[in-house]
Design a binder for this molecule. Structure first.
Ligand code: SF4
Length: 178
């Protein structure tokens, strides 16, 4: 653990803005909205939809471009209220900013490397979906991937494990955010 020198910014924005792993769809597949937020989300370009009676917008967020959120002040409630385990630890003083950012950067690096191996860099598509399409193209499931592309299979497993250990999302890449 590195030592906390300054207090976290309100809501941990000093961590979340450069991190953005939930915005990029690495941890979740969609973010829930209130019915009253749908019109505003549409205006913001979030491509909101109604599914099974619930309201949401798909992730990756089309507004996040790796260096922050252009609508951070006006973001939906779920983005404002969501706290992954890393953010909760940071706000509680259990982890320092440098340590948290290093972990986020480690995961970003793994995502970049995996996307490179998948041979398709489409930031609008979740990495888990790209991996699934890659598996299907190769005509097999996890076992086939382990046999033919052990390095990729190992990196996907490591990424999933790191996300679970430090961010504790419910259903990596597919579950809701918030
Ligand atoms: S993954 Fe956690 S630390 Fe990163 S932006 Fe989302 S809530 Fe903030």
């Amino acid at each position: 653990m590195d030592h906390q020198i300054t207090a976290p910014a309100p809501n941990g924005s000093d961590l979340c803005l450069p991190c953005g792993l939930c915005c990029e769809g690495v941890l979740h597949g969609y973010a829930l909205l209130a019915a009253t937020e749908m019109a505003q989300a549409q205006r913001m370009g979030l491509q909101p939809e109604t599914r099974d009676g619930g309201h949401l917008f798909p992730l990756p967020c089309p507004l996040y471009h790796g260096s922050g959120c252009p609508t951070y002040r006006d973001r939906p409630a779920v983005c404002h209220d969501h706290q992954c385990e890393l953010l909760a630890n940071y706000l509680a003083g259990e982890m320092g900013l440098a340590e948290c950012l290093a972990l986020a950067e480690q995961i970003h690096g793994m995502v970049r490397a995996i996307r490179g191996r998948l041979g398709a860099v489409d930031p609008a598509k979740r990495i888990w979906l790209q991996a699934e399409e890659y598996r299907q193209q190769r005509g097999g499931g996890d076992e086939e991937l382990r046999r033919t592309d052990a390095e990729l299979a190992r990196d996907l497993a490591s990424l999933k494990m790191l996300c679970r250990r430090h961010f504790n999302p419910r259903g990596i890449g597919t579950g809701p955010r918030g």
